[in-house]
Every structure is written in structure tokens, then in C-alpha cells.
Design a protein around this ligand. Structure first.
Ligand SMILES: Cc1ncc(COP(=O)(O)O)c(C=O)c1O
Length: 385
């Protein structure tokens, strides 16, 4: 018999949301049923309860729930009064939402490069991007470091540049909520942190959702007003500023309350899967590295292949039922909508190189050993053939 006939090529999910649902059993259904019974779909009691639990989880004083990770970023920039003539420094290697919110407000995203080992904003490039922004006649007001793929950025180095340059730091932790940086959780490392509960995120809901974490009570008041049309907190028909419809739905808060209960265990499971990948693949590909004192929540498990090998690699894995994904094939400064924005004056060579080399493997908290072994074996097989 041909031994190849026995190879399992049943499709493996990239992120197994259904496995998590099985683990949660009836808890989520019951939580949703409580909301459909009390009918407070907007601003129900679950929202405030979730905000309290989320803030406790990461050690921030406050959490403000909102409609998405994008809104979380947007609301903070609105609260800071960012607008035309202002520059906000962003890494070029990230999801478009990081820079989109800046452009939406009429401000200018200025793109900086990232570090090759961590994929996160390079503090030296940030410093240079501030000078680039000034040369363009812009006022550098803020920086949005991104904790890409689940790994915290170099918050000490970025914070030092931000302090020297008088920049507000808005941490984009959409992919990394739950990760640790030198004993502190994301949510406490910057004056404001935004996160996303998009279903595929490490802490995801069953639709769109997001939150801002902060210790600043004044900022919380403004965010809570902005997320409901800029309303006066004592009179909902008195608008005191221009805002948006950016609330977190009660049903999503109810789902998140249940998911938060198992989040710590899921982070441990994700980390174990990442360690297994690293041990089994480090001799054949560049596996991700985690700097000392940091943890990742592994929103993605992203390896690097020499340029030019990626398409064939992805195709070969696909025939074995193994999905891969490329985050991000085009960095922001090469996207149609963003390419007219300034780029740090010495260029973005690391980002450009990474965009041609990265590829992500299936990663989630329910990746059992036999499934992961199948992936590992297939990766080795394809690379060694
Ligand atoms: C780095 C980053 N920032 C912001 C967002 C936006 O989050 P949302 O999709 O919840 O608006 C995402 C979501 O993919 C993201 O990955």
C-alpha cells in the first residue's frame, strides 16, 4: 500500500473558536439568555461588570468598553484632541486600523520601522520619525506602539523617547491583551491602551468589541461621553462634544465575562503550544523570539522563511489541510490608502523585508498535541523536500 494514502489531510482550523465554545459549555448561552431576559441591550449591567473585571485582570484602574478595537484607538485620539496639523507616529508593520484612526481625524500618520527580532516599533526609528514629522511641518503629538502578534513592544525605550519628545503614548494592544512586560500586564504600560475583542483575538467576543484601559479618571469621563455622541454625563440630550456611537453591546460584555474566567488558562495553553512549535521548528525556520522579562499571548505564531519561498510553502501546506496566513503582505506605507503619508527619512527596510518573509501557522488555546504534531511534521517535510 502507498504510505502516502494514509496521510491525514483533514483541514485544520487556523483559529478554533468552536473548540473554545465546547469548553465553555452552556455558560455563554446562559449569559446571553440573561441579557435577552432583562432586555437592557444597551448599557446593561454586564457592561459595567465586565469593565470592572477587565481592569482588575490587567491591573489598570479603569476599563472603558467600546464597539471595537478601532473605536478604542479612535476615542482616545479624539479625547486628546488630535487633528489636522498633528503627527502620530505608527509602525508601518501593523494592521491598518492603527493608522486609520489617525487619518480619520485629519491628522497625519508618520510611519516608522520595526525591530527584526520582535516585529515591534523600533525606538530609534520612532525618534527619527519625530524629526521627519517636524520637517514636514507637522506637530508630533502621539505615538501608537503596537504589541504585534501578542508580544509587548519595547515600552521602556518607546516611553523614554515619548517623554523626551513630549508624545502621548497610546498602546495598541489589540493583539496582545493579557501579555506581560517586566511583571506588569499590558493595559498599565502607557497612559492609555486600546484592545480589541474581535472573535479571533486571544480574548475575543462573538462580534465586535473593544476597550480602553487607563489610570486616568479624567480621560475615562471624556471617553464615556465620546462613545455616546459626546453626551453630558448628567443629561443625555445635552451634547457637550462631537462623539460617535461606540458602545460595547451588553450581549458582548456578557460573553466576555464568561471568556475572561478561562483566559488565564488559555494563555498558558497558547504559550505551551508556542514552546512546542519553537522546540520542533527552530532548526529549520526562524521562529519568533520573546525578549527576557516579556511574555506573548501568541495572537499569531509567525515564522520567517527566506524571501521567495513563502508561496510554495503555503501551497504545499494547504494540500496537507494546513492553513497559513500572511500578516502583513503589504506594510501600511505601501497600501493605496496610506502611501501618501510620510515615512521616516531613513526608510523602513526591516518592515519591507519582514513583509516578504513572514507567515503564520495555526495557533489557539485548543491546539492539541496530535494536531500540532501534524503541522510540525508537514512544515518540516515541506522545508526539507
Ligand atoms: C493591531 C490592531 N489594531 C487594531 C485593530 C482593530 O480592532 P477591531 O477589529 O476590533 O476594530 C486590530 C484588529 O485586527 C489590530 O490587529
Amino acid at each position: 500500500m502507498n504510505p502516502r494514502a494514509r496521510v491525514d489531510s483533514t483541514p485544520i482550523p487556523f483559529v478554533d473558536v468552536a473548540a473554545q465554545r465546547r469548553r465553555l459549555g452552556s455558560a455563554v448561552d446562559e449569559a446571553i439568555a440573561r441579557v435577552t431576559a432583562h432586555c437592557r441591550f444597551i448599557d446593561g449591567p454586564e457592561v459595567a461588570e465586565f469593565e470592572t473585571r477587565l481592569a482588575e485582570f490587567c491591573g489598570a484602574r479603569y476599563a472603558v468598553g467600546c464597539a471595537s478595537g478601532t473605536d478604542a484607538l479612535l476615542l482616545v485620539l479624539m479625547a486628546r484632541g488630535i487633528g489636522p496639523g498633528d503627527a502620530v507616529i505608527c509602525p508601518a508593520f501593523t494592521f491598518c486600523a492603527t493608522a486609520e484612526v489617525v487619518a480619520l481625524l485629519g491628522a497625519t500618520p508618520v510611519f516608522a520601522d520595526v525591530d527584526a527580532a520582535t516585529f515591534n516599533l523600533d525606538a530609534a526609528s520612532l525618534k527619527r520619525a519625530v524629526a521627519t514629522a517636524r520637517r514636514h511641518g507637522l506637530k508630533p503629538k502621539a505615538v501608537i506602539p503596537v504589541d504585534l502578534f501578542g508580544l509587548p513592544a519595547d515600552h521602556d525605550a518607546i516611553g523614554a523617547v515619548a517623554k523626551a519628545e513630549n508624545l502621548f503614548v497610546l498602546d495598541d494592544a489589540a493583539q496582545a491583551f493579557g501579555a506581560n512586560y517586566q511583571g506588569r500586564k499590558l493595559g498599565t504600560l502607557a497612559p492609555a491602551t486600546a484592545t480589541s475583542f474581535f472573535p479571533a483575538k486571544p480574548l475575543g467576543c462573538y462580534g465586535d468589541g473593544g476597550a480602553v484601559l487607563t489610570d486616568d479618571a479624567g480621560l475615562v469621563d471624556v471617553l464615556k461621553s465620546l462613545r455616546v455622541h459626546g453626551q453630558n454625563k448628567d443629561d443625555k440630550y445635552d451634547s457637550v462634544r462631537i462623539g460617535v456611537t461606540g458602545r460595547l453591546d451588553t450581549i458582548q460584555a456578557a460573553v466576555l465575562l464568561e471568556k475572561l474566567k478561562i483566559f488565564d488558562e488559555e494563555i498558558v495553553a497558547r504559550d505551551a503550544a508556542a514552546k512546542r512549535y519553537a522546540a520542533a521548528l527552530k532548526d529549520v525556520v526562524t521562529v519568533p523570539s520573546v525578549p527576557a522579562g516579556l511574555t506573548s499571548v501568541w495572537a499569531q505564531y509567525t515564522i520567517r522563511l527566506p524571501e521567495g519561498r513563502r508561496d510554495r510553502f503555503a501551497e504545499a501546506l494547504k494540500t496537507k489541510g494546513i492553513p497559513t496566513a500572511i500578516y502583513y503582505p503589504k506594510p501600511l506605507h505601501r497600501l493605496e490608502a496610506y502611501r501618501h503619508f510620510p515615512v521616516v527619512d531613513n526608510g523602513i527596510p526591516v518592515t519591507d523585508r519582514l513583509a516578504g518573509e513572514v507567515i503564520s501557522l495555526p495557533m489557539h488555546a485548543y491546539l492539541d498535541a496530535p494536531t500540532q504534531d501534524r503541522i510540525i511534521e508537514a512544515v518540516r517535510d515541506v522545508l526539507e523536500s
